[in-house]
Write a protein that binds this ligand. Structure first.
Ligand code: GAL
Length: 417
């Protein structure tokens, strides 16, 4: 009897063994450290740990990810990259050329990623025809966030044109509110600027400027108008904005100190974390003048080549988990984005996410998707850096003529091409 139970115990231990030997560790680099975004990242950690793996958090604070990318380069140069890192858009190609990325073809074929993902976006996470990254979500950048209680106190309606936006801002300012909650970082200035470029130059102009980097468009009168409008917007931002993080700016809106914020829908993660309800406690309005268009920003985890087999399997499991409907639901509801799986059931999502999904599908079907420059989707990090330098310099130089800024923009881009 004793022998049998020992054998049984041995067998059941043997059954457990594969699990134990396959448990690996994945180190994941990201910059989701704000209250709301951390909750989103935690959902991935939890699901991975449920699969028996160890999550090693490699969070580098700093919105927009500039600090995270600097740290990643140091780690990669010393031959010790993490298993996964949040790298996006054309930058994935640069990393691919270094020969450091893992090939996710087997996982992707098994999960039929080609069928699940929007075609245009699937290409972004492939290098040389192979998947090297897994997309997590789709963020929309052309949003205007509104505190409806503040708007009601001042007797305002959500603006639908730039003129209405400025007239609402005048009234908010006169009533003693911060009209536009903003922070003081180049990528935040860049986020305002790209919204204005889409509103003022239209979709063709936006594409020519940021994707084709066409000198005539970059130096055009319309581009100068976009800079002039940026200066006007700045006059509605409070004097303490310098150095402020985006989530602190969202906090001003949540606390009823400010009326509006121009920001991608990761801002929604802060409202959600504060227990606020879309459509009731806050409103999402498509940025005035960009209706029918969708500036997208897709987060993705790039996978680096690993030598340890258990860790490699954990990495594959991470990639699989990200596209599971359960993760897509939990993560995106906390993150403020929409699922990258277009077959996802949206019934448990809030009204902003439902509108975003509807608008994304419509824009995708009629050529209305625009890649975000400020969030790494439109151009290389060098071009993005050049645009940020010119925009932030102009933002902080009250006497610079807008035409000069447009010329500087073309010259700065040319210098890094
Ligand atoms: C974006 C990123 C978002 C969010 C935002 C603020 O670049 O794609 O997920 O984190 O920065 O940090």
């Amino acid at each position: 009897m004793k022998t049998i139970s020992r054998l049984a115990l041995g067998l059941s231990m043997a059954c457990l063994l594969p699990l134990t030997t396959h448990a690996g560790e994945v180190e994941v680099l990201h910059w989701w450290t704000s209250g709301g975004e951390k909750r989103a990242a935690d959902t991935l950690q939890k699901l991975l740990e449920e699969k028996g793996h160890v999550w090693k958090d490699f969070a580098v604070a700093g919105g927009g990810g500039e600090a995270a990318m600097t740290v990643l380069k140091t780690r990669a140069v010393s031959g010790n990259p993490p298993a996964a890192a949040q790298i996006k858009g054309p930058n994935i190609q640069e990393w691919g050329q270094l020969g450091l990325l893992a090939d996710l073809t087997a996982v992707a074929n098994q999960g039929q990623w080609d069928k699940l993902l929007p075609e245009q976006l699937a290409e972004v996470v492939k290098y040389d025809g192979h998947y090297v990254a897994v997309p997590l979500n789709i963020h929309r950048v052309n949003w205007l966030w509104i505190n409806p209680t503040v708007f009601a106190k001042v007797g305002l309606q959500p603006p639908t044109t730039l003129d209405e936006l400025f007239s609402a801002a005048d009234k908010l300012k006169a009533a003693g509110y911060i009209a536009i909650a903003h922070g003081g970082q180049p990528w935040q200035d860049g986020t305002l600027f790209e919204n204005l470029v889409l509103a003022i130059l239209g979709p063709e102009g936006y594409h020519k400027a940021f994707v084709e980097q066409d000198p005539a468009t970059l130096t055009s009168a319309k581009m100068a108008e976009a800079f002039a409008t940026l200066r006007k917007l700045r006059s509605y931002i409070d004097a303490d904005a310098a150095g402020r993080d985006w989530n602190a700016a969202t906090g001003l809106l949540i606390d009823g100190k400010a009326g509006m914020q121009i920001m991608g829908d990761w801002a929604k993660s802060e409202w959600t974390a504060a227990g606020k309800v879309a459509g009731k406690d806050y409103q999402c309005v498509v940025f005035p003048g960009t209706q029918g268009r969708f500036i997208y920003n897709m987060d993705s985890l790039v996978m680096f080549k690993l030598s340890n087999e258990a860790n490699r399997q954990a990495q594959d499991d991470l990639a699989r988990t990200v596209l599971e409907p359960k993760f897509q639901e939990f993560f995106n509801q906390n993150k403020g984005s929409i699922p990258v799986r277009l077959d996802q059931d949206m019934s448990s999502f809030d009204s902003c996410a439902q509108k975003s999904m509807q608008d994304f599908k419509q824009a995708a079907s009629n050529g209305g998707l625009e890649p975000s420059l400020a969030h790494d989707m439109a151009a290389s990090s060098y071009v993005q850096g050049a645009v940020f330098d010119v925009v932030t310099n102009f933002f902080n130089s009250p006497d610079m003529p807008p035409e000069k800024a447009a010329e500087q923009l073309a010259a700065a881009i040319k210098a890094v091409q």
